[in-house]
Design a protein around this ligand. Structure first.
Ligand SMILES: [Zn+2]
Length: 96
């Protein structure tokens, strides 16, 4: 008997294309991945929707990343777990 693993990214509920969104703080060079609802990062941080506040410690949503930022290692690990169907995507040609 096979246990079928479904998750929000690959399951039947969210079968359409994922809208890529990220969250960054102004003063850091780390970005986080955003959960489907857009309220929290994958690693559980809360994202501010108030873009008029320019607090450097506030996570804000962005659709495009600056060139020099690095993924949050917690988000990366969590995303890796969710994508583990696609084996280890550590290489550079994982573009399916
Ligand atoms: Zn994170």
């Amino acid at each position: 008997m096979m246990e079928r693993v479904t998750n929000d990214f690959g399951g039947s509920r969210a079968a359409r294309q994922i809208h890529a969104m990220y969250a960054t703080r102004l003063m850091t060079e780390i970005y986080h991945l955003v959960q489907p609802g857009g309220h929290h990062t994958l690693c559980g941080l809360r994202i501010s929707r108030v873009t008029s506040e320019r607090k450097s410690n506030t996570l804000q949503l962005v659709n495009e990343l600056p060139a020099k930022v690095t993924i949050c290692k917690h988000c990366e690990r969590i995303q890796g777990q969710e994508n583990n169907l696609a084996a280890d995507l550590r290489g550079s040609n994982a573009d399916l």
